[in-house]
Design a protein around this ligand. Structure first.
Ligand code: ATP
Length: 233
């Protein structure tokens, strides 16, 4: 499968704080790469740097064959990157319908309102309700549906399962499987390791802004305990 996204020696700073200290990874079409690690490990910073949302970053971000490190988040979005932030980033004062259409970029055979409402019937039912009135699960679905409406092929997902009921988490797992089968590439930051283990092809364990361990999830599964004890988790 083709590599859709390549990060090389990606670094990021908040003021003088060096939060991301050189992360390299590759994301292939139809695959999920999971970034795990404790609070403050640098997972969110990695996703933000990839999307161009950090004030200060260095290294290289390549989308397909194009180097995009100097590009704004807006241009990166137009080229196919879509970011679903932690705590979802739904616009609370906009309705479900407005949330969905605000970033809509039509594509032949791409996602549109009908497709989204067919896949997420609950959003159709709630189309005229304000974003702030939705449950946590509905907000997560709306945030992902809104990302799909931009018709990029790469989703950057920051802790999508956080605070969700087990049934919603398992719905989310099914949705991600469908997206992977459809050729999407998913870069996911998660604390919920059991959720990503069965979905991700590769796992990166981040600590202090650096990759402390990386490998295929099959190897991670075999060595999980020793990886944790080695990392002191
Ligand atoms: P969490 O699971 O808690 O979100 P994380 O792995 O996503 O953790 P980051 O949010 O990327 O971690 O944080 C990495 C480091 O950067 C931490 O030391 C954190 O304190 C610091 N940091 C994060 N956001 C800011 C900010 N806006 N200003 C200053 N420092 C920040």
């Amino acid at each position: 499968m083709a590599e859709l996204l390549v990060l090389k020696d990606l670094q990021g700073w908040y003021g003088g704080g060096h939060a991301l200290r050189g992360v390299s990874l590759k994301l292939k079409e139809g695959s999920m790469t999971a970034v795990v690690g404790r609070n403050g490990a640098g997972k969110t910073t990695l996703l933000k740097a990839t999307m161009g949302l950090l004030g200060s970053s260095a290294g290289s971000v390549t989308l397909g064959t194009q180097e995009i490190q100097e590009f704004s988040p807006r241009v990166r979005a137009r080229l196919g990157l879509s970011y679903v932030p932690e705590r979802r980033g739904v616009f609370p004062s906009l309705t479900v319908l407005e949330n969905l259409t605000v970033g809509y970029r039509p594509q032949p055979n791409g996602w549109d309102l009908e497709g989204v409402f067919a896949r997420f019937p609950r959003l159709r039912e709630r189309r005229d309700h304000g974003g702030s009135t939705l449950s946590g699960g509905e907000q997560q679905m709306l945030a992902i549906a809104r990302a799909l409406m931009t018709n990029g092929k790469i989703l950057l997902l920051d802790e999508p399962t956080e605070g969700l009921a087990p049934k919603i988490v398992s719905d989310l797992g099914l949705l991600f499987k469908e997206l992977l089968a459809d050729g999407f590439a998913l870069l996911i930051a998660e604390q919920n390791i059991s959720f990503v283990k069965s979905l991700a092809q590769d796992i990166f364990v981040l600590g202090e802004g650096k990759v402390q361990w990386s490998g295929p999830s099959s190897i991670f599964n075999q060595r999980e305990e020793s990886i944790y004890s080695w990392l002191g988790i």
